[in-house]
Design a protein around this ligand. Structure first.
Ligand code: IDC
Length: 471
């Protein structure tokens, strides 16, 4: 029995004793009681499963689906969707949901980060790709919100594109592998390539930006071809300081999958920062890179960045031995992925690498700049290293100050861009989030997780988007 009915029984008993109701009369349910009002539930909740794209694959039809849920009145603390699934349907991949299969139905439940949905807000970026040998489609059978089954209004179902139509971005061919030759990042054909894109903020703090539509917007609207996934090691919620390792690994996996589907490169960044010396968490780094290199050994679009920004760690005595160890760990599984190695003093001591490179062929060394702080001195050091054929990747940069805040320095930023393009350097902008700091690429007021218009971007976001679009 529902709670409300118990309350009613107790109340009616109380009234009986108090003589306020006729003994033979059952007390009618008050029509205004929200828990009992089906009208509120039916009108308030909209939910649907839509086929958003479809393409043929041999004799099967592959369809990409999306689940939307919105409750206009009540905050959702938890949700569960049951789908009716035609016989012979096979799940190929899914994002931002767990899927449990029971005969004829699939049960979708949230990840920790999209369990709660505020009233009036839609559930976003939950989807999957499934193949089926008939033209039947998957439909939404029932929906539970906050532990109770609810009625819902269906949105208009969009018809999947007919079989034989343009393939969706999910069908993009696997992306070509990269290697380093003559100090430059090159594609399979040996031609120099320039990667450009963004870095996430800390994955533990802004996990919501690891979504397929965000990557799609970056690819199609920003002209980006790379995403860097920043996994802090030591800050609060860091991978080695109490963060939920499994959740973080799952997020990385999502990022790697979306990038692959969209034909983009992805950098897995072991983001040391307050831990300064990479060997402080070397044991964890060995375990982490063993796991990810095993998982992604056949993924040609994955690059590994093994220490974000060492400090007080001379290249020869500290960084190089650490890098040799981790490179060896990765090479046991992944023979040729490009590996990025951070340099001392927040990636400014690139000159220390000249003549001291690791013996592995596919290693590059990172320089980071914040144009408001780092100017000619760092640009000159970088030029010197490049002229000595040191392979350099700018895996993090911004046009503001090194604090991640402060004013944009457009003059210095243009100098950096000139140098980047002169040498065809690859670069990733810090950072994809709406945090209230000027390096955030989105305005603090922007809560969209993808599909940003120019008005949603910060000054820094606008500058980088323009820079990428000019490439
Ligand atoms: C900053 C973030 C900030 C966060 C801080 C954590 O922008 O929101 O609170 O880290 O300590 C770097 C680092 C990068 C910094 C960034 C800006 O790689 O983690 O992010 N920065 O300070 N190097 C130079 C600047």
């Amino acid at each position: 029995m529902k709670h409300a009915n118990w309350i009613r029984l107790i109340l009616s008993g109380f009234c009986l004793l108090a003589g306020c109701a006729r003994p033979t009369e059952t007390v009618p349910a008050p029509t205004t009681e929200p828990i009992e009002s089906p009208a509120v539930e039916t009108v308030a909740v909209t939910a649907s499963v839509k086929g958003v794209n479809s393409w043929p694959d041999n004799d099967k039809t592959v369809t990409q689906y999306e689940l939307t849920i919105q409750d206009d009145v009540t905050d959702i603390q938890n949700w569960k969707a049951v789908l009716s699934v035609p016989d012979g349907t096979e799940l190929q991949q899914n994002w931002n949901t767990e899927i449990e299969k029971e005969d004829g139905t699939w049960i979708l439940t949230p990840e920790d980060y999209n369990r709660a949905i505020s009233a009036g807000e839609p559930l976003k970026d939950v989807g999957w790709i499934a193949s089926c040998d008939t033209n039947e489609t998957i439909t939404l059978l029932s929906l539970e919100l906050n532990g109770e089954e609810v009625s819902f209004q269906k949105e208009q179902k969009s018809t999947p594109a007919p079989a034989g139509a343009e393939p969706s971005p999910a069908a993009v061919e696997p992306i070509g592998s990269l290697h380093v030759a003559n100090g430059k990042l090159c594609n399979e054909a040996g031609e120099p390539v320039q990667l450009r894109g963004v870095s996430t903020h800390g994955l533990a703090w802004f996990p919501e930006y690891v979504n397929r539509d965000a990557f799609l917007t970056l690819r199609d609207d920003w002209n980006a071809n790379t995403i860097r996934l920043a996994l802090y090691t030591a800050e609060s919620g860091g991978y080695c300081t109490g963060g939920n390792q499994q959740e973080l690994l799952d997020l990385i996996d999502k990022g790697v999958t979306y990038a692959e589907e969209l034909g983009m490169y992805v950098i897995i960044d072991w983001h040391i920062l307050s831990d300064k010396n990479p060997s402080m968490h070397q044991g964890e780094a060995v375990a982490f890179f063993t796991e990810v290199s095993k998982k992604y050994k056949d993924k040609t679009h994955v690059l590994y960045e093994i220490c974000n920004e060492p400090q007080e760690s001379p290249f020869l005595s500290v960084i190089k031995p650490y890098a040799e160890d981790i490179v060896q760990v990765i090479r046991r599984n992944d023979k040729d992925a490009v590996i990025l190695v951070g340099t001392n003093t927040w990636c400014q001591d690139i000159d220390e690498v000249i003549g001291n490179e690791l013996s592995d062929d596919n290693v590059m060394y990172t320089v980071h700049f914040y144009a408001g702080t780092h100017k000619d001195a760092l640009r000159n050091k970088l030029r010197k290293a490049l002229d000595a054929n040191v392979p350099v990747y700018i895996s993090e940069c911004s046009i503001v100050e090194a604090s991640g805040n402060g004013a944009a320095d457009y003059e210095s930023a243009e100098e950096w861009l000139k140098l980047i393009n002169e040498y065809g350097l690859s670069y990733n902008a810090w950072s994809l989030c709406n945090k209230n700091e000027t390096s955030a690429l989105l305005k603090p007021s922007c809560d969209k997780l993808s599909g940003w218009s120019e008005a949603d971007l910060s000054e820094t976001g606008i500058w980088f988007r323009n820079a990428f679009r000019k490439s």
